[in-house]
Design a protein around this ligand. Sequence first.
Ligand code: HH2
Length: 262
Amino acid sequence: MGVLNVTSDSFSDGGLYLDFEAALRRGREMIAEGADLVDVGGESTRPGAGAVPAEEELARVVPVVEALAGEIRVSIDTTKACVAHAALEAGATLLNDVSSSLAAVAAEHGAGFVAMHRKGTPTDMQNDPYYEDVVVEVREFLEQRTAEARAAGVAELYVDPGIGFGKTVRHNLQLLNALPELVATGVPVLVGTSRKGFIGHLGAGGSANGRVGDVPPLDPDDRLEGSLASAVWAMACGAALIRVHDVAATVQAARLIRDTAP
Ligand code: HH2
């Protein structure tokens, strides 16, 4: 799943694809690089991101979805029902909702649905997130959302542990470590680690028990190696979909994993 952020402030590619032509070019580039689908988003969910008004988000994403939907499977990354409706009308067939609240909208359109775990909102989610047991809590949350999505009539469902959404470095690593457990629930798993803060922190030599910011993190553009390592790990654990910025490199790794499978 290639990431296409039609935003001004996304943490790694904000402003690069805000322009329609630039977004279309990047979408087509990811198709050529071997993406299976393109995830179009018009509002950043990075820690501290501000809300984008619905009219603005619609204006950003709908034309891009419409233009790409004839060329590749498109998912829409939104938490707003009106944006989801419009994008699914415009040709998107998967709803990637980091708030996990729009299953009924996906069902209404006969679209697939991604249910992701997050704790808090972009404004507060990285303020000392705490769990008794992050793996149990995330798994139980996703089981509950799975039941709700099924009851709402969603036929194609993915669950996502929500790496970086209200999680410390250690929480992210615990969840990656427990991926086989999540995969074993039988619902296809989506993983999004690409260029995230914990990779910049660990890649710069930060401690697994530390916090992002303890050491100057690697720049988001310098996180390819760590992103690939985590993508390979997720694929080897059986994840069904990997959400990435660096499509060509991840596709090459995916081909290797596929051909390594017994
Ligand atoms: N991560 C981001 C956005 N959407 N969706 C799913 N299902 N899983 C994720 O891990 C996920 C997601 C954040 O990454 P990005 O889109 O690159 O940044 P931003 O939110 O700043 O636009």
